[in-house]
Design a binder for this molecule. Structure first.
Ligand SMILES: [Zn+2]
Length: 231
């Protein structure tokens, strides 16, 4: 379990990225309960009555994002050891966000190094400066186009080239207003005209391309390797 997840579970004010708005946000605990309404056994006698020396408690907590005010459901599964005469001891703890479900995450190590470098830099400034993020997203796209040897003068032409060469599926081209957002990214970076929507649309577009071109093939390769090893 990571520290940030622990902090979230405990309702502390540690900022976390919200699965709805994508912002670093503070979460407020709005409600919680356990599966089967289970409560922690107070002493080892309860454990003896149950016939086991451990107890697993699943707790669900609903948090409200302080930015977009949407709910996030967090599940915490904690295993307690009751074999001693003292306080029950936590032997294992795991938390997971059940809602909203995150999209398949792009793993930086799956990306070609040059692309990963630009993309990571863009993510780092995403909530600090839209213009800086736009510049770095443009560089990310250019690194991707170089890697895929896309031809054309403008960013739009290069996206079209990848589509026509069937490197990326038509579905990606259907992302609403992609052309306009790419245009803004290309032409108006210095004119302070990049909007949050531009950056969001392009980030989504880039993530989908990454998953399609790099993450999924890496997984398929790993899967084939595993199949080979199984007799
Ligand atoms: Zn939010």
């Amino acid at each position: 379990m990571t520290k940030s997840k622990l902090a979230l579970t405990n309702g502390s004010s540690t900022p976390m990225v919200c699965g709805h708005c994508g912002k670093q946000s503070i979460f407020q605990l709005r409600g919680e309960g356990t599966q089967h309404n289970e409560t922690l056994w107070k002493n080892s006698r309860d454990a003896q009555n149950a016939g086991v020396d451990f107890q697993i408690i699943t707790t669900w907590r609903i948090f409200e994002c302080s930015v977009c005010h949407q709910p996030t459901l967090v599940q915490e599964v904690v295993t307690y050891n009751h074999d001693g005469i003292y306080e029950p001891e936590v032997t294992d703890a795991e938390t997971a966000v059940l809602y909203p479900k995150s999209i398949q995450k792009v793993v930086l190590s799956d990306l070609p190094p040059k692309i990963a470098e630009e993309y990571e830099a863009a993510l780092q400034v995403q909530h600090i400066s839209l213009n800086a993020c736009a510049v770095l997203l443009r560089r990310t796209l250019e690194a991707l186009f170089n890697h895929e040897k896309a031809q054309g003068k403008t960013l739009e032409q290069k996206v079209d080239y990848l589509l026509k060469s069937a490197t990326i599926p038509q579905l990606l081209a259907d992302m609403a207003h992609l052309g306009r957002h790419i245009g803004n990214l290309g032409a108006h970076v210095d004119a302070n005209e990049v909007t949050e929507e531009d950056v969001t649309v392009l980030l989504n577009f880039i993530e989908v391309i990454f998953v399609y071109l790099y993450t999924t093939p890496t997984k398929v390769l790993a899967f084939k390797e595993r199949l080979k090893k199984t007799p």
